[in-house]
Design a protein around this ligand. Structure first.
Ligand code: ASP
Length: 360
């Protein structure tokens, strides 16, 4: 059963095909109006969301399907202590496909092992957010004519911003994409993404603290919110939250055709005086997201009965290895086994198969 947990679960050809389907839906929505008739999407949102949940729901309704689900963990049995695996098994009896958001990293992956129906990760902690990435890529494709030969600046919370992590992994699949990482020291991109995604794929990149100095060279500026909910010490959040504010005045230094993206919600990192600028593409991203989610739902339901290309994932289990990430699903669900994949044989690096954090 095919699920989408991480953007790397899709090949570039598949992403391109999804963009073609999304373009076709935009051109002829009536053709798709009954495409998911009698099918049900379950939206399991254990963490707040406006856009992602409603966008999934709108996507399914526009395909002629229906939607069940919850938008608050307290209204589900997880508040009674039910495991993610059991919840997934139960929902698998009611629905045809699941979109799941969870504060615990790796939770949608666990759900995909037990649901018996496709699971789409709609955001797991600070880990991944693949459908936001599909929206980001489709917006870049529509605005720039493709996703190759670009200088892309990521600005703000690069440490906890899951959309940043997923988009960098996706851009690594394209050609000649240069990355500019703009953040305060405390919010720099995690080392494993630098090493195992950017460097491994031979992408050129720089790290800087200055948005102003970077602006003139960028084709895309991806602004992000400082992720308040991931901070253990709120004083640190308060100190960092206004590190970058893009204003119409600052934007004067940017290329006339640069695109400003933001996964939203914005807090105050983009001043509202930027909204009227034709380079502001963040509301177009919202619209594009719905079409890409429609395309993805269609694809996963169409492939549902196909046998999986390559069975179970290889993993290592050992009493000596434990996941080092306190936000991983294994940190709270005691019955889950700690499992790892070896990502760097030379240096003996093992990463958790659920959340990608290093073993300790
Ligand atoms: N909506 C995005 C997410 O769910 C970005 C954000 O919350 O800052 O990750």
């Amino acid at each position: 059963m095919r699920s989408i947990i991480d953007i790397v679960d899709l090949s570039t050809d598949e992403i391109d095909a999804l963009m073609q389907t999304a373009s076709d839906i935009i051109a002829d929505p009536d053709k798709y109006a009954d495409a998911c008739k009698r099918k049900k999407l379950a939206t399991l949102f254990f963490e707040p969301s406006t856009r992602t949940r409603l966008s999934f729901e709108a996507a399914m309704l526009e395909l002629g399907g229906s939607v069940i689900g919850f938008s608050d963990a307290n209204s589900s049995s997880s508040s009674k202590g039910e495991s993610v695996a059991d919840t997934a098994r139960v929902i698998g009896c009611y629905a045809d496909i699941i979109a799941m958001r969870h504060p615990r990293e790796g939770a949608p992956y666990i759900a995909s092992l037990y649901a018996g129906i496709p699971v789409i990760n709609a955001g797991d902690g600070g880990h991944c957010h693949p459908t936001q990435t599909l929206a980001d890529l489709f917006t870049i494709y529509r605005e720039k004519g493709g996703c190759n030969d670009l200088t892309v600046g990521f600005c703000g919370d690069l440490k906890y911003g899951r959309t940043v992590h997923s988009l960098i992994s996706a851009l690594a699949k394209y050609h000649n994409v240069r990355i500019v990482l703009i953040s305060p020291d405390e919010l720099r991109l995690p080392g494993y993404i630098k090493k195992e995604v950017i460097e491994k794929n031979g992408m050129e990149y720089v790290e800087t603290k200055s948005l102003e100095d970077s602006l003139p060279e960028l084709d895309i500026l991806y602004m992000t919110r400082v992720q308040r909910e991931r901070f253990e010490d709120l004083e640190v959040y308060e100190r960092l939250k206004d590190s970058y504010i893009l204003t119409a005045e600052k934007l004067q230094a940017a290329k006339p055709d640069m695109c400003v993206l933001h996964p939203l919600p914005r807090v105050n990192e983009i001043s509202v005086d930027v909204d009227a600028d034709p380079r502001a593409c963040y509301f177009k991203q919202v619209e594009n997201a719905k079409y890409m989610r429609m395309a993805l739902i269609l694809k996963l339901l169409a492939e549902k009965d196909e046998p999986e290309a390559d069975g179970a994932e290889d993993f290592v289990e050992s009493e000596l290895l434990k996941c080092s990430n306190p936000r991983c699903i294994v940190a709270v669900e005691q019955e889950l086994k700690h499992r790892f994949k070896c990502t760097d044989k030379e240096n003996g690096v093992y990463r958790c198969i659920y959340c990608d954090a290093k073993a300790k």
